[in-house]
Design a protein. Structure first.
Ligand SMILES: C[S@@+](CC[C@H](N)C(=O)[O-])C[C@H]1O[C@@H](n2cnc3c(N)ncnc32)[C@H](O)[C@@H]1O
Length: 252
């Protein structure tokens, strides 16, 4: 995968590094290494420097236009895979990591993914092509459900959920480098869930399921929104750090 600024300037796998310990670094490669180091000193996230990040079972291309896929989000994939689905909708797809991981696990399934960011969708499309999943993934640019047709067995989303106040507390690696539209909907951090809960019921087939990643303090608020829209069997799952991380529910 082409890297934004590959720090592997010697182009050897880590386990062979000691065998190459006496090789000379060319001037070009030395410069390349210093450039990567400077990027990290400026607090650019490692995934943006290398241009990729491992998520679930694959490597995903990452740029400044996309959220760097987080390990916590793998719980959303795990939970989603408990459902049998043929048609899945991923809202706010970013790199496409959730939708493409799900499609890779279910060879008969097809998916639609939306994002407000055209630049993020271009990266998701590139990831779909690289993973040979582009024929089963359809990308739509727009606000949540805008331009999405038909009904689905499963809706998944990891929407922006950081509050305006929390944004000021974030490490510079995140706040100064990752897209703010991917991190926060502003205000109380719940705006995206309101829009998604409101639109999701009509987009799910009866018996269909919704699974949403949440911030650790948002379980009660998001569960209440889903209940108010008519969803049943609302459930909260915790991540490996024992924090509330995913809310899921059924359309009766
Ligand atoms: C937290 S990131 C999640 C990205 C990816 N799904 C993941 O889990 O790594 C949220 C994504 O939602 C997108 N987004 C923000 N507001 C949106 C909106 N109104 N409609 C659609 N997508 C939106 C952002 O561009 C971003 O890609």
């Amino acid at each position: 995968m082409p890297a934004a600024c590959s720090p592997n300037v010697m182009e050897v796998p880590p386990e062979r590094l000691y065998l190459s310990i006496h090789s000379e670094l060319s001037e070009d490669r030395h410069k390349q290494f210093l450039k990567c180091l400077a990027a990290r000193e400026a607090r650019q996230p490692v995934a943006q420097i290398t241009g990729h990040r491992a998520f679930w079972k694959h490597e995903f291309r990452v740029t400044r236009a996309t959220l760097d896929p987080r390990p916590e989000t793998e719980l959303l994939v795990e939970v989603a895979l408990e459902t049998a689905f043929e048609r899945v909708l991923d809202l706010g797809t970013g790199t496409g990591c959730i939708l493409l991981s799900l499609l890779a696990e279910r060879p008969a399934a097809r998916g639609v993914a939306t994002d407000i960011s055209e630049a993020a969708l271009a990266v998701a499309q590139e990831n779909a092509e690289r993973l040979s999943l582009y024929e089963r993934a359809h990308f739509v640019q727009g606000d949540w459900f805008h331009g999405v047709e038909g009904r689905f067995d499963l809706i998944v989303s990891n929407p922006p959920y950081i509050t305006e106040a929390e944004m000021a507390e974030l490490a510079p690696d995140v706040r100064d480098w990752e897209p703010h539209t991917a991190l926060t909907p502003g205000g109380d951090g719940l705006g995206a869930y309101r829009a998604i809960a409101f639109g999701a019921f009509a987009r799910l087939k009866p018996g269909g399921r919704i699974a949403l990643e949440i911030g650790p303090t948002q379980a009660a608020a998001v569960s209440a929104m889903l209940t108010a829209q008519g969803f049943a069997d609302v459930e909260v799952r915790q991540d490996l750090g024992h924090r509330d991380r995913v809310v899921l529910a059924h359309r009766p």
